[in-house]
Design a protein around this ligand. Structure first.
Ligand code: PSU
Ligand code: MN
Length: 317
């Protein structure tokens, strides 16, 4: 995020330069609702070529909720907020596209590289553009072997300092969900369930962990974000569960996740490759069942995010 100019050095620390699409720039200038969308879930979380249709469907879901979609990615070193169809094609088609968290953005900018943005980097770039609401599938978090690997997603620390609402179906259930909730508490990230006190489990409606607070409407979610912004930097996680009749069969869920984590371990996968490897394994092992559920939950989150952004725009007037 932007930092105040330092009187000691006189150096101006500007907000990260982002390029807005025409539609997103117009909407922001007019105070109309905009929802940021990440591109890592397209490029690294969903298989080609299905990811291309999903990209359009997610943008359409934001519009159905009443907001303008702003898919975020870095192309040739330039962070883009709002992509043209050709730019979405690039993100979805390139098998070698990098996965960029916050720490990778300076390298991409300096070397003119292209990459998809994760929750952490999308949140930072969206907030820099003045966007208040962001939709994704499931947050990154604390991995199950983190005591040995120290593998904890940069999503968590990024959300502790970025002021926007993130609509998600909880955290990815390949993770240690209770540990992730503990870290979100330590980091003072506000977490509310959307019409539930059961923290959602990404592919399944209930992770088995409770959440302290719930909101019942887009207006309430927007009001919580407004109150958070008035208080201190940091995100509001709006955890939106799949309805029970749309979730992945919980028994299939537990079985394929155990298999996928074992496969990642056996293959020696580490670092930023873990999450894409495990998601891909799940999609294959479940014969597409996790893929269908993943797309469905992202669409639901995108539409709810559109409604929250619309409520936020109304409250701001
Ligand atoms: N939600 C999905 N699919 C995904 C992701 C989220 O439905 O692939 C991505 C997000 O970009 C998130 C990333 O930031 O997974 C987490 O990666 P890691 O565990 O390496 O931090
Ligand atoms: Mn990691």
């Amino acid at each position: 995020m932007s930092v105040d100019p330092s009187p000691a050095t006189g150096r101006r620390a500007a907000a990260p330069p982002v390029t807005l699409s025409g539609e997103v720039a117009d909407a922001l200038a007019a105070g109309q609702p905009v929802v940021a969308l990440e591109s890592t879930l397209l490029a690294h979380g969903l298989p080609r070529p299905d990811n291309r249709a999903a990209a359009d469907d997610v943008e359409a879901a934001v519009r159905a909720g009443g907001a303008v979609p702003a898919t975020v990615a870095v192309l040739d070193g330039v962070p883009h907020v709002g992509l043209t169809p050709d730019q979405v094609d690039r993100v979805c088609a390139d098998p070698d596209l990098a996965k960029l968290g916050v720490r990778d953005l300076p390298v991409a900018a300096a070397l003119g590289l292209s990459g998809a943005t994760t929750v952490s980097s999308t949140a930072l770039l969206a907030a820099a553009a003045g966007i208040g609401v962001f939709a994704t599938g499931g947050l990154g978090g604390v991995h199950r072997q983190s005591a040995d690997t120290f593998d904890e997603s940069a999503d968590l620390t990024a959300l502790s300092r970025t002021s926007l609402a993130v609509v998600c179906a909880g955290v990815k259930s390949i993770l240690d969900v209770p540990a992730t909730l503990e870290r979100l508490e330590s980091l003072s990230v506000t977490v509310v369930g959307y019409r539930t006190r059961a923290f959602p489990g990404f592919y399944v409606a209930d992770s088995g962990s409770p959440v302290d607070w719930s909101v019942d409407s887009p207006e309430q979610a927007a009001a919580v974000l407004a109150a958070r912004r008035a208080l201190a930097p940091g995100a509001v996680v709006v955890a939106n569960p799949l309805p029970a009749d749309e979730q992945l069969d919980p028994q299939l869920h537990d079985r394929v996740i155990t298999d996928a984590l074992a496969a990642a371990e056996a293959a020696g996968v580490r670092g930023k490759d873990v999450t894409p490897f495990v998601l891909d394994h799940l999609h294959r092992a479940s014969e597409g069942a996790t893929l269908a559920v993943n797309v469905r939950l992202v669409l639901r989150n995108a539409e709810l995010a559109g409604r929250i952004a619309a409520a936020l725009a109304t409250q701001a007037h």
